[in-house]
Design a protein around this ligand. Structure first.
Ligand code: ADP
Length: 208
């Protein structure tokens, strides 16, 4: 099953993908996570994207497309994938359609006020990428990752100024993909206001 998770930042794509990948036995491919891993490991790609990401702007299409093409070529992606955070622009969607057949595009739907609340309370474990929310999904011990015991941090792009920019970028560059995939008959809306386990159940009903 080849899936695309589409939706504004903070809608919960990464959270749902992390549990859906086990339910569907397919890899979760998050372009944001891959970029962050490159930043952490100080690779050339990491150096290139660090400032762009911190400001909430998009990494150039050609860079992102090349990276995704490489990742989809890996063995584990042959049985299917959940793409989270890609495509984010029309040229990326066109490139994806040349690389692979998308079966369904899940459109994560959430009111804007809720998006802001979720993003500003998000905390992450730097080494594993596991995400928490200070109110909705707190760790067992405040500020500490449940499994590794490492301190949780706030992503640079979850600070208020970057959040507002990311929402603008989403409206301008990514939201047009809703119509794009609707026209291809691939789009399904998923209400993301509930709890992750309930959202996963709704997703299973859509897909299985
Ligand atoms: P979120 O969905 O919460 O905004 P992501 O982790 O998906 O977060 O992405 C974080 C940042 O990584 C984006 O703001 C952007 O700078 C970069 N990025 C991720 N995916 C893409 C993409 N497909 N095209 C361009 N930039 C991307």
């Amino acid at each position: 099953m080849n899936l695309v998770f589409l939706g504004p930042p903070g809608a919960g794509k990464g959270t749902i993908a992390a549990i859906a990948k086990d339910a569907f036995a397919i890899p979760h491919i998050s372009t944001g996570d891959i970029f962050r891993a490159n930043i952490k490991n100080e690779t050339e790609l990491g150096k290139l994207v660090k400032e762009i990401m911190a400001s909430g702007n998009l990494v150039p299409d050609e860079v992102t497309i090349k990276m995704v093409e490489g990742r989809l070529g890996e063995e584990d992606a042959k049985k299917g994938y959940i793409l989270d955070g890609f495509p984010r622009t029309i040229p990326q969607a066109d490139a994806l359609s040349r690389m692979s057949n998308v079966d369904k595009v899940i459109n994560f739907v959430l009111p804007k006020e809720e998006i802001l609340k979720r993003l500003s309370g998000r905390r992450v474990c730097k080494s594993t990428g596991r995400t928490y929310h200070i109110i909705y999904n707190p760790p067992k011990v405040e500020g500490i990752d449940d499994e590794t015991g490492e301190p949780l941090i706030q992503r640079d792009d979850d600070k208020e100024e970057a959040i507002l920019n990311r929402l603008e970028v989403y409206e301008k560059s990514t939201a047009p993909l809703i119509e794009y995939y609707k026209a291809k008959g691939l789009l399904v809306d998923l209400d993301c206001s509930g709890k992750p386990e309930d959202i996963l159940e709704d997703l299973k009903k859509i897909l299985l």
